[in-house]
Design a protein around this ligand. Structure first.
Ligand SMILES: NC(=O)c1ccc[n+]([C@@H]2O[C@H](COP(=O)([O-])OP(=O)(O)OC[C@H]3O[C@@H](n4cnc5c(N)ncnc54)[C@H](OP(=O)(O)O)[C@@H]3O)[C@@H](O)[C@H]2O)c1
Length: 230
């Protein structure tokens, strides 16, 4: 008899850490469900991975899109064992007073409200089953700050608070963990660090360490602010 594979749901799988995690989780035998906004990249990932993995064009900032996505996946596959809120944006480097209202809203809509949207539509099924681990991607800048990334810092400090409060609400058997992935050479890092991003590990190198670390998270870590040991 075939044992049922664990299901991991990852937001923001089209590049960076999300993409590298999707590939590594698949390599380790998990079923990966993921989303991103770029249709070309979602379709490339679908073709290279095949069934039972499932990748969809979903903007996490849209509660309606997340609701339909969750309804379909929960009907087809049931609740995920691991839910990784990874999708996020960073503002273009600038002092806070020079960030437009539009850009500020986009960062809040994706990094904070997007996470709440995903939790709203997936967590009830996990709570009903009383099992599953939620990992919300935080940052070093969710625990410290730097000039020119204030909107991003604000959202990641918020993720720490939101996740710790969520941890107090979940039933026994579940966990919610704010996770700082470390510093990795992705498009996001290149945006804020410029050419010095190349001194840091690639997303693929990072995923080799991060995926086993995430797979070991459980109820003992509920509410703990953790960092990937890279
Ligand atoms: N890289 C680092 O050093 C670092 C450090 C600390 C924390 N982090 C955190 O780690 C996570 C991943 O970062 P990264 O460096 O991999 O970033 P990245 O390279 O910029 O990738 C971000 C991913 O999120 C997706 N995304 C953005 N907005 C979305 C939306 N509205 N709906 C759905 N997907 C969306 C993007 O895909 P589309 O454009 O296709 O939507 C992309 O796949 C983030 O939470 C980030 O804050 C990263």
């Amino acid at each position: 008899m075939r044992t049922k594979s664990k299901i991991v749901l990852i937001t923001g799988v089209t590049r960076g850490l999300g993409r590298a995690m999707a590939e590594e989780f698949i390599r380790q035998g998990l079923v990966v469900l993921g989303c991103g906004r770029s249709p070309e990249k979602v379709s490339a990932l679908s073709s290279s991975s095949g069934s039972p993995h499932d990748f969809a064009v979903v903007n996490v900032a849209s509660d309606d899109e997340v609701r339909s996505w969750a309804r379909r996946l929960l009907e087809e596959l049931g609740p995920p064992d691991l839910l990784l809120n990874n999708a996020a944006l960073i503002n273009r480097n600038a002092p806070l007073w020079q960030v437009s209202a539009k850009e500020f809203s986009e960062i809040i809509d994706v990094n904070l409200k997007g996470v709440a949207n995903v939790l709203r539509h997936f967590v009830p099924a996990m709570v009903e089953r009383k099992s599953g681990v939620v990992v919300n991607f935080s940052s070093g800048w969710g625990r410290s700050t730097a000039a020119e990334v204030a909107p991003y810092c604000a959202t990641k400090w918020a993720i720490e608070g939101l996740t710790q409060a969520l941890a107090q609400e979940l039933p026994a058997g579940m966990a919610a963990i704010p996770l700082n992935p470390g510093i990795i050479n992705t498009e996001m890092l290149q945006s804020c660090f410029g050419s010095s991003a190349s001194a840091y590990p690639t997303a693929r190198q990072w995923a080799k360490v991060a995926v086993p670390f995430i797979l070991n998270l459980g109820t003992a870590e509920n509410g703990r602010s953790l960092s990937v040991p890279i």
